[in-house]
Design a protein around this ligand. Structure first.
Ligand SMILES: O=C(O)CCC(=O)C(=O)O
Ligand SMILES: [Fe+2]
Length: 347
């Protein structure tokens, strides 16, 4: 169980709390736009890259990585049925009775990123809470993967997560190759820079919220690893920050959203940006997403590719041990700033 007993958001929602409890109220400047979305926000839309179009995909990925740090891929080779199975497994878990779910509650004594069913990510107790519950799975390397820690009461759950994990590993690696080539690096460059992949799969469940304008499902952040692959249901709520405007990411049932994360920005010397994103909530419908994180190991040293450093492009970020990077995030939290800025080299 979590050491600090943060209530499950789903329990609050199911109890029909009429007002948002104080711990979930975001400061006014961080809330989802209270006046409704400005027209400009929908003027740009997140790129969609067809990975089967081999002639144009590399170029499209290059542009999407440089301009957005996030893009949808379609015809990616992962069977749509597996995406549905994964969403279905997650939904069956969250729809199960609380007592069943709590048998798989994460053990906060094991640190902030403990595996299992949780609600609170950050270590400090005074941070505003996200209107979200999640289930985090440690899936790679296989030595970290123990399906016995995952739900046993949803038929096929454990097998689905294993197949989904393997499939996402393959897709992440082919994307890292395309990303390397787009920067004129050897195809295996990014994969080697990241080293042995540490993969976590987090299913997020955002219950209907009594006062959605005051809360966030997940506050603004960039992911701290190398690359994140995300699928969602048809509700919508994910937004990506582009030129200081929040752009909604429309659900695309067979598509997979690629989000570049902070270590990719460091390795590519800022040519490719990690995407700042957040999840907003709504009053009526629960929303589910599944994020698969492809990250370095905690002991891995992440360095900028020397090929991308020049007089015109001086090195932007200090090298960092990935584990140190992660621990600083868990202590400080995003605080509306980018964690990666702490590594900026003063020019
Ligand atoms: O629920 C979403 O769409 C976003 C999830 C996310 O950004 C994360 O888990 O890091
Ligand atoms: Fe994220």
């Amino acid at each position: 169980m979590e050491a600090t007993a943060a209530p499950r958001v789903q329990a609050l929602a199911d109890a029909g709390v009429p007002h948002l409890p104080a711990q979930y109220i975001q400061p006014p400047d961080l809330r989802a736009d209270p006046s409704g979305r400005p027209a400009a926000a929908v003027a740009a839309s997140i790129p969609v890259v067809d990975l089967s179009a081999t002639a144009s995909a590399a170029d499209a990925v290059r542009r999407a990585c440089a301009d957005w740090g996030a893009f949808h891929v379609v015809n990616h080779g992962v069977p749509p049925a597996l995406l549905d199975e994964m969403r279905g497994a997650g939904l069956a878990f969250f729809r199960a009775p609380m007592a069943e779910k709590l048998r798989f509650g994460c053990d906060r004594a094991k640190g902030a990123a403990a595996e299992g069913y949780g609600s609170r990510m950050l270590a400090n107790d005074d941070s505003v809470l996200d209107w979200r519950d999640y289930f985090d799975h440690h899936t790679l390397p296989e030595s970290r993967r123990d399906p016995a820690r995952w739900p046993d009461f949803v038929p096929g759950y454990r097998d689905t997560v294993v197949r989904y994990s393997n499939s996402m590993k393959g897709l992440a690696q082919s994307l890292l190759r395309i990303i390397s080539e787009g920067l004129n690096l050897p195809p295996s460059y990014m994969e080697e820079a990241v080293g042995e992949p540490y993969q976590n799969i987090t299913i997020s469940y955002y219950s209907p919220c009594p006062q959605p304008d005051l809360a966030l499902g997940l506050q603004s952040h960039s992911d701290f690893g190398a690359i994140t692959l995300l699928i969602q249901d048809d509700v919508g709520g994910l937004e990506v920050l582009k030129d200081r405007t929040w752009i909604p990411v429309p659900p695309l049932s067979d598509g997979i959203l690629v989000i570049l994360s902070d270590q990719t920005e460091i390795i590519t010397n800022g040519r490719y940006k990690s995407a700042v994103h957040r999840a907003v909530v709504n009053a009526n419908r629960a929303r589910l997403s599944v994020a698969t994180f492809y990250d370095p190991s905690k002991s891995r040293k992440i360095c900028t590719a020397p090929q991308l450093v020049s007089k015109e492009h001086p090195q932007k970020y200090q090298d960092v041990i990935y584990g140190d990077y992660v621990s600083s995030w868990y202590i400080k939290g995003p605080e509306g700033k980018r964690n990666i800025d702490a590594l900026l080299i003063k020019q």
